[in-house]
Design a protein around this ligand. Structure first.
Ligand code: HEC
Length: 221
């Protein structure tokens, strides 16, 4: 019985091999076909706001439709759990997912990183943020990374859309974590690469110093 199965398997394999070699022969005998023409866009893109404002006024608030969809808050009166139940709850999450997945492509439209005159927290000894000019140079030097980080966020949008279709509230927890990672990894690379472990341990030390009471019982300033 098992012998029969493996011999018919062999026949099928041989058939595939023959087919594969024929296809190979056909495709090598012809000249490489011309690439399909890139479809024209319906218009040109003209940005309205800087990246910073696009974050503040679009991507950040709409991401909350997803981030706020599930939570467990422990208060002194008990535990309050939030999860989507109604059609409206799921619609809100879908609006978040679609707006993120489509909207993040607006980061491919060349635009200033911050409004004119805004240098971010890029000056002074403890500055952790890059200036808009530094971010522009970094993206220009390696646009592949910038686009990959855009795709990473878009993928989370697609993941959430799928969850909405299946109404699987449990999976939203993972999706929220993925969303946080997609936002933060881009920020760490382009916005505040100065926030390294060293920065945090320095901050930690400074906070501890502030909390340690001085001999007079007053916190140190
Ligand atoms: C492809 C990269 C990228 C991704 C992905 C990204 N951001 Fe940003 N974001 C930036 C950059 C760069 C800045 C800083 C721009 C500047 O200030 O020059 C920024 C700034 C911000 C700011 C600051 C706005 C202000 O007014 O100071 C917020 C808030 C923010 N992002 C939220 C988010 C959230 C939430 C997500 C995920 C849903 C996200 N970002 C995903 C690149 C990204």
């Amino acid at each position: 019985m098992s012998g029969d199965r493996s011999s018919s398997g062999l026949v099928i394999c041989a058939g595939w091999l023959l087919l594969a070699s024929l296809t190979f022969a056909c495709s090598t005998s012809k000249a490489t076909p011309a690439p399909a023409p890139v479809p024209e866009l319906w218009g040109t893109f003209k940005p309205v706001v800087s990246v910073k404002e696009l974050m503040r006024d679009m991507l950040d608030p709409i991401a909350d439709n997803i981030f706020d969809s599930v939570s467990i808050v422990v208060t002194k009166d008990g535990t309050v759990e939030t999860a989507p139940h109604t059609e409206e709850d799921w619609e809100k999450i879908r609006i978040g997912a679609v707006t993120l997945a489509e909207g993040v492509y607006l980061l491919k439209v060349p635009r200033p990183f911050a409004p004119a005159g805004d240098l971010n927290n890029s000056t002074g000894p403890d500055a952790v943020e890059l200036s808009p000019a530094q971010i522009t140079a970094k993206v220009g030097a390696d646009p592949v990374e910038w686009n990959a980080r855009i795709e990473a966020l878009r993928n989370v949008g697609l993941e959430v859309l799928d969850i909405v279709k299946r109404k699987d509230a449990e999976e939203l927890w993972d999706a929220c974590e993925n969303l946080d990672i997609a936002c933060e990894s881009c920020h760490r690379s382009y916005w505040y690469p100065g926030e390294t472990n060293r920065f945090y341990s320095k901050l930690d030390r400074r906070l501890r110093d502030l909390q340690t009471p001085s001999p007079q019982g007053q916190p140190k300033r």
